[in-house]
Design a protein around this ligand. Structure first.
Ligand SMILES: CC(C)(COP(=O)(O)OP(=O)(O)OC[C@H]1O[C@@H](n2cnc3c(N)ncnc32)[C@H](O)[C@@H]1OP(=O)(O)O)[C@@H](O)C(=O)NCCC(=O)NCCS
Length: 175
């Protein structure tokens, strides 16, 4: 299994993997909408390849923190998907690790996401609320689904990193 940035030739296969993982058209449509939006970060969108087959995918997208001083750009991890017949073999974890390394290389201070506190909590993330961040979670999500990974350049005293996370436009379709 190898992980590399996504390429246009992967897009149809990614669509199929994301749809199979989520059993929905919402997330694969979200991936396409992200690529047509300013939030798209091509060097931070990765595929996992087994042989020549796309078996996993992750994206870091641009978003913002609305703090007392204004809007500050950050990145969010969404979506993450592994083909159902390849789950449970560490591919999701490897994709997260690759995304985290890319964010570190770009000197991003943190990564936010919505997701299982159990899954992400054992992969270096923690409750965003503990660091002064709120996420616009859907009503059905538990509060602790708001997760953050603090990176090397994060400084707790930086007030621009405290406030309400604002998602980019493509995510409005998921609300
Ligand atoms: C979540 C997902 C990406 C994990 O991929 P994966 O390659 O199977 O993950 P890994 O092999 O690295 O880790 C597997 C572990 O994750 C756990 N896990 C999988 N889905 C989970 C979930 N929704 N909530 C909590 N834990 C989950 C498994 O139980 C397993 O636990 P273990 O390590 O204690 O045995 C994959 O299951 C998937 O695509 N799910 C559907 C889409 C989705 O929910 N994406 C995440 C949105 S935040």
């Amino acid at each position: 299994m190898t992980i590399r940035p996504e390429r246009p030739a992967d897009f149809d296969a990614i669509h199929d993997v994301v749809r199979a993982a989520f059993e929905s058209d919402l997330q694969p449509d979200l991936v396409r909408a992200i690529r047509n939006d300013a939030c798209y970060r091509p060097p931070m969108s990765f595929v996992a390849i087994d042989g020549s087959q796309v078996v996993g995918h992750v994206m870091l997208d641009g978003c913002w923190v609305r703090s007392t001083t204004g809007l500050r750009p950050i990145v969010m991890l969404s979506p993450l998907a592994v083909a159902p017949d390849h789950q449970g073999h560490g591919i999701g974890t490897a994709l997260i690790d690759t995304a985290v390394a890319a964010a570190e290389a770009a000197h991003e201070p943190l990564i936010v996401l919505e997701g299982s506190p159990a899954y992400y909590g054992s992969r270096g993330f923690g409750f965003a609320g503990d660091h002064g961040l709120t996420l616009p979670l859907p009503d059905w999500a538990p509060a602790r689904a708001a997760q953050v990974r603090l990176l090397t350049t994060y400084e707790a005293r930086d007030q621009t990193l405290r406030g309400a996370v604002v998602y980019p436009e493509p995510f409005s379709a998921l609300e």
